[in-house]
Design a protein. Structure first.
Length: 254
């Protein structure tokens, strides 16, 4: 019978340790809890940190789980399954709102559109499935950046290009937008990506309360907004749609 690889067993034990309890632990605490020499524990932590599985707080020097684990966890939920679960709900949202609906996921430092329901008015439209949207300016990107640590890091570290005069490019301003997004549970894009176009988006969570995607209503500014603000009925509709898809993939009621 083949023997288990000891270094992998120790790394797995370290990740489990960081996943429970205080979640942020110092080197001495980790080594003592696992019965390892500090040098051995530090070597494993350094490797996990290099791979993005562990992060170290600069101020305290304590370790915590890294964002790469979230990316791996999210891949457990297949994108095609997410799309199939969202089909009915997004169709209903497009019908009730009278606007286009997009379903997006984080992919390669942007938002990948995995499902697009046309605006139900028989107008000429272009299918956007497979298109990439920026994280920093779109409603989908802001929602994903607010709730997904990987998207958040990529949005901050990447180039935030000014796509229109209204695009927010400063890091501090962008963080304020993400704070507001988390506080109210939805994000908006009013001519920040395309002039004349506005969108409102809400996050989809799985059974572990992890963000796995987002849904957005997109349309002309004059239809999405009223008196300079997004129409509240559209905000309510996209949030309820996102909640419905979340419940359908196993999330609790929220």
């Amino acid at each position: 019978m083949a023997k288990n690889i000891q270094s992998l067993e120790r790394a797995a034990a370290m990740l489990r340790l960081l996943a429970g309890g205080e979640r942020r632990l110092g080197l001495s605490d980790i080594a003592a809890s696992l019965g390892l020499a500090k040098g051995t524990a530090h070597g494993i932590l350094r490797t996990l940190q290099a791979e993005g599985f562990v992060e170290q707080e600069p101020a305290s020097g304590r370790y915590q789980l890294g964002a790469e684990l979230l990316r791996l966890g999210n891949s457990y939920l297949d994108v095609h399954e997410l799309r199939s679960r969202a089909l009915v709900w997004t169709d209903d949202l497009a019908r009730s709102s009278g606007e286009s609906v997009h379903l997006g996921v984080v992919h390669q430092q942007g938002v990948l559109i995995v499902h697009h329901v046309f605006r139900p008015d028989d107008s000429r439209q272009v299918l956007e499935v497979g298109a990439m949207q920026p994280l920093h300016s779109t409603a989908l990107g802001k929602v994903l950046s607010a709730y997904d640590p990987v998207a958040h890091s990529e949005a901050l570290e990447g180039e935030r290009t000014a796509l229109t005069p209204r695009t927010v490019t400063g890091a501090a301003e962008f963080e304020e937008i993400l704070d507001l997004t988390r506080a109210r549970g939805w994000a908006v894009d009013v001519e920040e990506t395309w002039e004349g176009v506005a969108a409102v988006a809400a996050p989809i969570h799985d059974r572990r309360k992890m963000p796995v995607g987002a849904i957005a209503i997109t349309g002309a500014v004059e239809r999405i907004c009223k008196d300079g603000e997004v129409r509240p009925e559209l905000v309510a509709a996209v949030r309820e749609c996102a909640r419905s898809v979340s419940r359908d993939i196993g999330a609790g009621r929220f």
